[in-house]
Design a protein around this ligand. Structure first.
Ligand code: ADP
Ligand code: MG
Length: 692
């Protein structure tokens, strides 16, 4: 039988509408079916007024018993309706005289809206309504009404019509649509077929409850949720397979360099650091690229783990690239690595955007010749024109998740000799388990679940900005006693320029109030050399107080700093605040963090800051942050693809992930021909999007 494929095969759809539909990611008939309702309305029955519940939209019908214009804060038209079970008011803030005259006493009205509690009992604000002639009973909807994501120029009405047409073709098996899940899964997991699921979701029978559909629990929804999560999981499997199809240098165990490195340190690695290093070494011994993620709370000592991993690779004669998210952090890594490796005759250098002219040329030459063995840098490391002689390991100290495309680009570096580098990713933000399972499914994971000994806990207090003067005095006395402090200015909603200005003003005014305190300033619009100078003098204790924007967020390490003030903490995410706070509590001195919020604070705002007061466990805080803000925000991820989930919701559906993992394994091994179609169906748009 002939199948309908192109949109223009559908009656009433011309090239113009077909083009408009592309805005909704609808390119072909099958895409219409995957353009799913984001909510439903129940217009299938009339609810007696006595049975209405606040916030639960419903169809009601009754006769007018009163109609008047009331004054109040805003003038409004109030229409009183009655049925056999009770009364209800309709309220219109915008209305015409003609409208007012429609509502004559005794007039039958049917309307649809969401009841809210108002002065006159339950009220519907600006409901949709229909005036009925005597005895008229218009038909109700036969099923729940789907509400679709719409766009300019395409109304709900138009979309619903389109869907009805396509569903008819689907019922007649005229749509080119394959069920991509293995047949025996349907019985095994009690899932409906794709066709059944789609028919249900576009036109749920009126016996279904709208509320339950919102929870995503219906088997028809579960079927699509599983399929979507499966497709995401498979795309990460595929990425992993693509990378691991390459060869990498298999590095035999040898610990001379690592031992020499450790011998210089005033401390020994924690058990957790040792375990993670051992996991990395096992990977490095394989003849294909390591893909490993090291998670560790702030201060857990990821830098040392990176250095120990690097030493194995350097010792074998390969280069190592260490990439940081910002120039400040790159500079700090450079400093650390030089201190650790130069005494061992390893040459350490760097490449960042600000490196220009001769210095840059020299760096590029040294990287290309292999003269520079350990190369620290920012994204600049992976730009065109940077060629490594013999790259064995890439370490990414990341702030946010690296995109899939970026990871594939990394693989290209160092493939000259037919060998791909090993990849080690370190996250400063602890990732909750459910998210880690999906966002990082392409990586093996190690966790540094222990902090180095001798850390003192940080006491966190939440204080309104009316008490700012008091806090300023506290900074003064802490500095007088030889401690150092951070003062962090945040203004995340505003432009970076405003944020930097705010920091400048704060630094000036603090210096005026506290003439004996040596105040420094660092923000994102300063030249990198200026920033580095300020950071160096703070580290050398030539400054007592460092006023900063959130540029100090990750990795800055000054153990003598034991006090941090964060202005407007309510504007930042919890994980970010936790990162910031991790700048103190690095020495033996008792540390404090003051969250100086702008009063008044909402209940939710208070609750969030409370989490920080109560806990110093990055994973717990991250879980809370995830609950409050959702996954996309938290990972800071345009790139994860996860924010583009269409039917699944990681918070709601997290419990399905173990099943999804299992399913992905099964497909990968037993039904490999389904991998590409599944990815194309669910991530096709993402890929189209990424290629724009
Ligand atoms: P992060 O995991 O946040 O990147 P860092 O690597 O910056 O943490 O380490 C924080 C501090 O702890 C640094 O000053 C580092 O030298 C120190 N450190 C790392 N490992 C240990 C250890 N095993 N014992 C004591 N101090 C350590
Ligand atoms: Mg770090």
């Amino acid at each position: 039988m002939a199948k309908v494929r192109a949109l223009t095969d559908i009656k009433g759809i011309g090239p113009k509408l077909a083009e408009q539909l592309q805005k909704l990611n609808i390119y072909a008939v099958a895409d219409v079916l995957f353009h799913l309702p984001f909510r439903y309305e129940d217009r299938s029955r009339v609810v007696p007024m006595g049975g209405l519940m606040p916030m639960q939209p419903a169809v009601v019908q009754g006769s007018v018993v009163g109609c008047s214009v009331v004054m109040g804060k805003r003038r409004s038209l109030l229409v009183k309706l009655q049925d056999h079970s009770g009364t209800l008011s309709l309220r219109f803030y915008h209305f015409s005289a003609a409208q007012k005259h429609q509502f004559r006493t005794g007039q039958q009205v049917r309307c649809y809206g969401e009841p809210r509690r108002g002065v006159s009992g339950l009220e519907l604000y600006h409901p949709e309504y229909q005036l009925l002639a005597d005895g008229e009973e218009p038909e109700l909807e036969p099923c729940l009404t789907p509400i679709y994501p719409a766009t300019d120029g395409i109304t709900q009405q138009r979309l619903r019509l389109l869907h009805e047409q396509v569903l008819q073709h689907l019922r007649a098996d005229e749509v080119d649509l394959a069920d991509l899940l293995p047949r025996d899964w349907l019985a095994q997991w009690r899932l409906p077929s794709l066709k059944e699921a789609l028919l249900f979701l576009h036109q749920p029978p009126r016996t279904e409850s709208v509320e339950q559909l919102t929870n995503g629990q219906h088997p028809a929804q579960q079927r699509l949720i599983l399929e979507e999560l499966l497709a995401h999981q498979l795309s990460l499997h595929r990425l992993r397979a693509q990378i691991q199809a390459d060869q990498a240098p298999a590095l035999l165990p040898s610990h001379t360099l690592a031992q020499a490195l450790l011998a210089q340190l005033p401390f020994t690695p924690t058990a957790a650091q040792q375990r993670v290093v051992a996991e990395i070494e096992a990977d490095l011994a394989q003849p294909f690229p390591m893909l490993r993620l090291v998670q560790g709370d702030v201060g857990s000592g990821k830098t040392l783990v990176a250095a120990l991993a690097a030493s194995r690779v350097l010792e074998a004669g390969y280069q190592v690239a260490l990439m940081a998210p910002t120039e400040i952090l790159a500079e700090q890594h450079l400093h650390n690595m030089r201190q650790w490796f130069e005494p061992l005759s390893i040459s350490v250098g760097w490449l960042v955007g600000k490196l220009k002219g001769k210095a840059r040329q020299q760096a590029l030459t040294d990287i290309a010749s292999g003269q520079m063995q350990l190369v620290v840098g920012t994204h600049a490391l992976f730009q065109e024109g940077v060629d490594f002689a013999k790259l064995g390991l890439i370490i990414i100290d990341e702030q946010h998740r690296f995109g899939v495309h970026q990871r594939l680009a990394l693989r290209e570096k160092g493939r000259l000799q037919g060998l791909s580098p090993h990849q080690l990713v370190m996250t400063a933000t602890p990732i909750p388990r459910t998210l880690a399972m999906s966002a990082y499914a392409d990586l093996d994971t190690s966790v540094i679940d222990e902090l180095p000994p001798g850390r003192s806990p940080i006491t966190t207090v939440v204080i309104p900005d009316q008490r700012r003067d008091e806090i300023v005095q506290r900074v003064a006395s802490a500095c007088a006693e030889g401690a150092q402090a951070y003062w962090v200015c945040t203004l995340i909603d505003e432009s970076e320029t405003l944020q930097c200005q705010a920091a400048e003003l704060t630094a000036e005014s603090l210096q005026q109030t506290l003439p004996h305190v040596r105040v420094g300033l660092v923000h994102g619009r300063m030249k990198a050399t200026e920033k580095a100078e300020v950071m160096a003098s703070f580290k050398a204790h030539e400054l007592d107080l460092l006023v900063a924007t959130t540029v100090i967020e990750v990795g800055v390490d000054v153990p003598n700093a034991s006090l941090m003030i964060i202005e407007n903490p309510e504007r930042l995410g919890l994980a970010q605040l936790h990162q910031l706070r991790g700048r103190v509590g690095r020495g033996a001195a008792k540390s404090h963090c003051v969250l100086l919020y702008k009063a008044p604070l909402s209940h939710m705002g208070r609750q969030r800051l409370q989490v920080l007061r109560e806990s110093q466990d990055g994973f717990y805080i991250a879980e809370q942050d995830l609950q409050i803000r959702g996954p996309g925000e938290m990972l800071g991820t345009r790139q994860t693809g996860l924010q583009m989930l269409r039917v699944a919701d990681l918070m709601r559906d997290g419990a399905l992930l173990p099943q999804v993992r299992y399913m992905a394994q099964q497909i990968w091994v037993q039904h490999p021909q389904q991998v590409e179609p599944l990815i194309a169906r669910w991530l096709g748009d993402a890929e189209r999007f990424a290629n724009v």
